[in-house]
Design a binder for this molecule. Structure first.
Ligand SMILES: [Zn+2]
Ligand SMILES: [Zn+2]
Length: 542
């Protein structure tokens, strides 16, 4: 039985794992790569498996880095079942449509630029709104805690992961011959005491556990001190007569921030500033939250029962239309603006950063993970100016990172969840973390829990028999045939880049423009060398 880590290995985004056993081909997640341009290019490559041959897609939650390539999967021939909780399916409906909209807008914007520059080779969106809508027909909702039989050999169960509304930990039982192997995918694990939703479910047993490691090398501040920090920022911005700009994921983070701002305002702990939620997606997501009380924790249910709406800040304004959103650019002080994306590299937040980052009286508050290569990450890392819509914008605003909002368990939260397995799993596979975080977490898993783990590379195939220590310690690498195919794809991509390199007008930096062509030639030569070596090695062994 093999599991290939197609994405979210050595990196956080692009979750996609292919499970292959006797007669089954199941995907866990089908996420989009997000972050650097290099990483995002991967979204355009063909899937390294034939979507037509995949029987089921098990979706852990609605975040785009887990669900974002589903429309492409369906367009490319997948016609099996997509299993998820019903909250996840509802969220996917709005999030995939939104993602398609972003893809279409981006390609339109680039094409307009190309036309103005007199270039005629246009680019196509990764997928369209029609593709996203078509994918929804394949969703089948599954309740938490119920066994769902996929075939005579496979059954699956979803458990609350406490990460976002509808998020799940997946238990998967697969029969091979006369034995049954149980694999658990943590999905993204939530932190405890997250408002609105429940805590992650402890799972008692597994043969193999795939665990995320986004914050495998860090501890979060407590929720209490996190809310104190937010309170201090709002008060400071009020005193500075500036705006507060909060880039936030439309789903979960926006609702959590609303929940806290509402609580602080009710206790009169923050001054009355105008609050704008400038995200059509966040507005729809908030409605979906209210349709899924089965996902709420006791505290939230109690608030609702007593008529205290936990997501309503007094005087809060939603700005769904483009015109309303543009109007916000005129506000120079006294407003709290929450907009997506959470990493500042897409969506309406780009406008708010452009209009506020250069103002010394403004405060920008990052309340979520900032992936490498995003505008948010550059600002957090101390860039003095950033490029937004092709324009340099100085970073004069006060920048705050409030880490404790995370919807992810921190190092100790992950270890605690892993420690619930009794007996201990035969193998632990550490995924969904940047290389440094994943390997640091592997060290903690060994030192604190006495468990060996595998930190797979992107594309690595893990033979579960090997992983469970039946034959050896370490997972096998991608077999030569798959490697050849992979190489061919890289080869094709490079060829394409080389023929198009004269066409690239998006690289504003003339130095990198000039150095690009010779560099690509070097890569090409190196690949030719590898290919030759491989061919020789194969000829030698035949
Ligand atoms: Zn997530
Ligand atoms: Zn994730």
């Amino acid at each position: 039985m093999n599991i290939t880590c197609v994405g979210a290995a050595g990196t956080v985004t692009g979750s996609n794992y292919l499970v292959e056993a006797e007669g089954v081909r199941i995907l866990i997640d089908c996420g989009m790569f997000q972050g650097s341009r290099q990483l995002e290019e991967r979204n355009y490559l063909a899937f390294p498996y034939d979507p037509k041959t995949v029987t089921h897609l098990i979706l852990t939650h609605a975040h785009i880095d887990h669900s974002g390539l589903i429309p492409k999967l369906v367009r490319d021939g997948f016609s099996g079942e997509i299993l998820s909780t019903s909250a996840t399916a509802d969220l996917c409906e709005i999030m995939l449509a939104d993602s398609a909209h972003i893809q279409e807008m981006e390609s339109e914007w680039r094409n307009r630029k190309k036309k103005r520059a007199g270039r005629h080779r246009l680019i196509y969106p990764l997928y369209t709104k029609e593709n996203a809508a078509a994918a929804m027909a394949y969703f089948t909702p599954v309740d938490y805690g119920m066994d769902r039989v996929l075939s005579s050999k496979v059954r699956v169960r979803f458990n609350d992961a406490g990460h976002i509304l509808g998020s799940a930990i997946v238990e998967l039982w697969i029969k091979e011959g006369d034995r049954e192997v149980k694999v658990v995918f943590s999905g993204d694990l939530g932190s405890t005491n997250q408002p609105i939703i429940k805590d992650p479910t402890p799972i008692p047993d597994a043969d193999v556990v795939f665990i995320e490691s986004t914050y495998g090398d860090r501890l979060h501040k407590s929720k209490e001190s996190t809310y104190e920090e937010l309170k201090a920022v709002i008060r400071a911005a009020h005193a500075d007569r500036g705006n507060v700009i909060i880039p936030a994921f439309a789903v979960e983070r926006t609702q959590e921030v609303l929940y806290i701002l509402n609580a602080l305002r009710q206790k009169d702990e923050i001054p009355p500033m105008a609050l704008y939620v400038d995200s059509p997606l966040a507005i729809s997501a908030t409605e979906i939250f209210l349709q899924h009380p089965e996902c709420f924790d006791k505290e939230t249910l109690e608030k609702l029962r007593t008529g205290n709406h936990p997501l309503e800040y007094p005087g809060m304004r939603f700005t769904p239309t483009r015109e309303e959103s543009i109007k916000l650019n005129e506000i120079t002080h006294g407003a709290i603006i929450i907009a997506a994306s959470g990493m500042g590299h897409a969506g309406r937040i780009k406008h708010h950063l452009r209009y506020n980052l250069w103002r010394p009286e403004a405060h920008v508050v990052f309340v979520g993970y900032q992936a490498q290569g995003t505008t948010g990450r550059l600002i957090v890392d101390g860039a003095r100016r950033v490029k937004i819509f092709g324009e340099q914008v100085a970073v004069n605003a006060k920048v705050h990172t409030i880490g404790g909002f995370s919807a992810h368990a921190d190092r100790d939260g992950l270890l605690k969840w892993l420690d619930h397995f009794d007996p201990k799993p035969a193998a632990v596979v550490i995924i969904h973390g940047e290389a440094r975080s994943a390997s640091a977490f592997a060290g903690h898993v060994r030192d604190r829990l006495g468990l060996d783990s595998i930190v797979p590379a992107m594309g690595e195939l893990i033979d579960l028999d090997v992983a469970m220590g039946r034959f050896a310690q370490k997972g096998a690498v991608v077999p030569p045939l798959a490697f050849h195919e992979e190489l061919d794809r890289v080869w094709e991509a490079l060829d394409d880049i080389l023929t198009r390199v004269g066409d690239i007008e998006d690289l504003e930096d003339p130095v990198s423009q000039k150095s690009l062509t010779p560099r690509l030639h070097i890569v090409n030569e190196k690949l030719a060398g590898i290919r030759q070596e491989l061919a020789q090695a194969e000829a030698g062994s035949a």
